[in-house]
Ligand binder design. Structure first.
Ligand code: ACO
Length: 311
């Protein structure tokens, strides 16, 4: 026996319709959305750091301008996503506090270092490529504000992916040292990019319910396989090798057989023990402290404005 409002929620999901902020929803649905959207927002914000590392060292003015715009786009994505999470009743301050305190998750991928310029290519091609593959289906997520935020984010991510591909293409058309730098970078980023899709399906506690609620449309492994299928022809065009000796076309399955990422490494990164976890968190805390005066000034201004209009 379920309530009329729960029946209505179930009907909306069954019809592939959308749940909006004022609709009734099960508490667990609200909680899982806050979890996923807040993590996603934090990822965009922390994700600014690995690339901002190269803004002052970009090899040309044109590359610098593109990189600044891209990092700025990531900030914008974080802001849309915080806004989408706020419609579920969680405060922006609360989410920020959790990130600063180190109790919130953000994507494992942003805990890897960016020692070479080629890493800007690999992040665009592999990391933003994986993000698109994961996020295009999220445009159809059952929760309206999340799905709608994803539409614009995916358009911008497509541009980011192409600029990464183009950086690698230019390096691959360059000197032997440049080609080597590109390949070395792809070797480092390939497996961490595959980890972005989350743990294997039989080790993914949230998948079944999120798929039943039509938040997720495909499983982690399914999206990972699709992503690899997309990469193979692009790697051929670039002349790059994907560092998986088990990657082979399976004629019978009409899909690629592939090796597995190092899941121990994944769990280490999630536990806060990755290459750059401590540094990313420290930078985020410092930025928050350095920005305190801006928040205070904005709050004082808003208070004065509302006092003036009340008069
Ligand atoms: N990095 C960090 N944490 C991860 C990752 C990852 N790559 N993959 C899974 N996890 C976490 C999950 O958040 C979950 O932890 P929690 O229960 O404490 O929240 C746990 O591992 C188990 O995973 P799942 O049960 O598979 O979790 P879920 O169903 O949420 O699927 C996924 C994970 C695929 C990442 C999903 O949340 C998602 O699609 N999120 C939106 C996309 C996103 O966040 N992208 C961020 C990187 S892309 C970018 O920002 C450019």
């Amino acid at each position: 026996d379920i309530s009329a409002e729960e029946q209505q929620f179930n009907d909306l999901i069954a019809q592939d319709s959308r749940i909006e902020p004022r609709d009734w929803m099960p508490e667990a649905y609200r909680k899982t959305l806050i979890r996923q959207i807040a993590q996603h927002a934090h990822s965009e914000i922390i994700g600014m750091q690995p690339e901002s590392n190269w803004i002052l060292r970009a090899p040309s003015l044109k590359r610098k301008a593109i990189l600044i715009a891209k990092v700025q786009d990531e900030a914008g994505h974080g802001l849309y996503l915080y806004s989408a999470a706020q419609t579920l009743g969680v405060g922006r301050d609360e989410m920020t506090e959790q990130l600063i305190a180190g109790t919130a998750r953000y994507s494992s991928i942003f805990n890897y270092a960016t020692p070479t310029w080629a890493d800007m290519g690999s992040i665009g091609w592999l990391v933003d490529g994986a993000a698109i593959c994961n996020q295009v289906p999220l445009c159809r997520a059952s929760y309206g504000p999340y799905g709608r935020a994803m539409v614009r984010i995916c358009k911008e991510e497509s541009f980011h992916q192409r600029q990464g591909f183009e950086i690698l293409l230019e390096l691959m058309n360059g000197t032997p040292e440049q080609r080597q730098m590109a390949q070395e970078s792809v070797n480092r980023w390939y497996w961490p990019a595959l980890m972005m899709f989350g743990p294997p399906d039989d080790d993914s506690p949230n998948s079944a319910r999120s798929m039943a609620w039509k938040i997720k449309r495909f499983s982690n492994d399914e999206l990972r396989r699709r992503f690899v299928g997309m990469l193979v022809p692009q790697a051929e065009v670039l002349g790059l090798t994907l560092p998986d000796p088990d990657l082979t076309w399976n004629e019978e399955k009409q899909a690629y057989d592939m090796g597995q990422p190092d899941w121990d490494e994944f769990h280490e990164v999630l536990a806060g023990r990755g290459q750059m976890n401590a540094q990313r968190m420290q930078r985020r805390r410092d930025a928050h402290d350095e920005g305190a005066w801006v928040r205070e000034a904005a709050a004082a201004y808003a208070a004065r404005q509302s006092a003036t209009t009340e008069r």
